[in-house]
Design a protein around this ligand. Structure first.
Ligand SMILES: C[S@@+](CC[C@H](N)C(=O)[O-])C[C@H]1O[C@@H](n2cnc3c(N)ncnc32)[C@H](O)[C@@H]1O
Ligand code: SF4
Length: 388
């Protein structure tokens, strides 16, 4: 398998009330916005060697709002990627896109540049909820752009939606799922809203203006989502991800399988050859570093075997197919079966884990109860410091 490339575009029309991703309001950063692509491509050239022996099997242009790029800029970016990396024929090339930043012409240009998967953020189908979330679009804007994307030739579209939003009722959530599935996208990501520190939403909750939904409502919405999407022909393949057969996101699977990927852009993360890197988040620091010909990395961490094992378990168990301990033991050069046999026995007894046979291999996977309590299951796979 080849490697993945993530490219971060850190601008949005406006900051959403719940979001703590590394993104800046484009209006207040016009100077930086103007020169950004030039710096991004300079970083790309600096970092090319990190993947020198690898081809790219997936590219994910995320953000922020990458669909704020002009067609000409997307062209420059794709040209730079192709000129500096070996992109496999048939690679999955995704771009995140926000309603109201798209037009039929832009979508056609994106498609002709080889972008073959679109990930559209809808979040909710009710305009009063979109307003509360600080989104700049209505449900009708989204539908219009979605139809334009189909017309432009996108045959692989993901829609992001969220549940557990303050004030959202189960009826509104099911209505969102009903409308989304009615559009027949190939993939749906359904996230439980996390109230992040320092966001406007957290401050509204702290002031008592909004109430966070309780755990019971959150789980009710999640269970409703799973059964609704199953009935509509979407198979769950990860805690928050559902797809028609063959349309699982190859890029995200690379993350969950701890494969190598390079991240470009401010705040982007990379994982290559057992080492994690994180880029500088602030635009000014990012530009300054590139101006000095220094790769804009803020921190790096070479994982020791214990970290690699723990990560492989946490990430792998997010996927419905689970983890093949034999394959992982071989990959990491450690006896994971021996290491975890007692823990697994206990978790199977508690019906948090199950053993599944797939293509003759025994896998361990979370049960439905295990998914609801996934954090407490993952904790069980932490190893003692002197375990290795
Ligand atoms: C980083 S955003 C980028 C996509 C695009 N800018 C958008 O908002 O449509 C990717 C997705 O993460 C999800 N997300 C962002 N903040 C979240 C939060 N606090 N809790 C749960 N999901 C969140 C949203 O569903 C969003 O579409
Ligand atoms: S548009 Fe997406 S990335 Fe930008 S602030 Fe909203 S959720 Fe965050």
């Amino acid at each position: 398998m080849g490697a993945g490339l993530y490219v971060h575009i850190p601008f949005c029309v406006k900051k959403c009330s719940y979001c703590d991703f590394n993104s800046f309001c484009v209006e207040s950063m016009l100077g930086e916005r103007e020169v950004f692509l030039d710096y991004l491509i300079r970083e790309l050239r600096m970092q090319t060697l990190r993947l020198r022996d690898k081809s790219l099997s997936s590219i994910f242009i995320g953000g922020g709002t990458p669909s704020l790029l002009q067609s000409q800029e997307m062209h420059q970016l794709m040209d730079a990627i192709h000129a500096n990396f070996k992109v496999e024929a048939g690679a999955e090339i995704t771009m995140e896109a926000n309603p109201k930043t798209l037009s039929e012409a832009k979508l056609r240009d994106m498609r002709s540049l080889g972008i073959n998967r679109l990930s559209m953020g809808l979040q909710a189908a009710q305009n009063h909820i979109l307003q509360l979330l600080g989104r700049v679009h209505t449900y009708e804007d989204f539908v219009e752009n979605y139809k334009q994307a189909r017309k432009a030739g996108f045959e692989n579209i993901n829609i992001d939606v969220m549940f557990s939003i303050p004030t959202q009722t189960i009826g509104e959530w099911v209505d969102t799922l009903c409308k989304v599935t009615g559009l027949e996208p190939e993939h749906i990501s359904a996230y439980s809203l996390i109230v992040e520190e320092g966001t406007k939403m957290q401050s509204l909750i702290d002031q008592g203006i909004l109430n966070e939904l309780d755990e019971r409502s959150d789980r009710r919405m999640y269970h409703a989502c799973r059964s609704f999407l199953r009935k509509k022909g979407y198979a769950q393949y990860e805690i928050s991800n559902f797809a028609r057969v063959g349309y699982e996101s190859r890029h995200n699977i690379m993350y969950w399988k701890c494969s190598d990927y390079l991240g470009l852009g401010p705040g982007a993360h990379s994982y290559i050859g057992g080492e994690r890197f994180c880029n500088l988040e602030g635009l000014r620091e990012y530009f300054e570093s590139i101006d000095k010909d220094v790769v804009p990395i803020e921190s790096s961490n070479k994982l020791i075997l214990k970290d690699k094992i723990e990560e492989a378990m946490f990430m792998g168990l997010r996927m419905n197919e689970g983890v093949d301990l034999q394959v992982l033991s071989k990959k990491l050069g450690a006896d994971l079966k021996g290491m975890y046999s007692k823990k697994i026995e206990k978790l199977v007894g508690q019906r948090l884990l199950k053993r599944v046979v797939k293509n003759g291999s025994e896998m361990i996977a979370l049960t439905n109860k295990g998914i609801d309590l996934s954090n407490s299951v993952f904790v069980e796979f932490l190893l003692e410091d002197d375990a290795m």
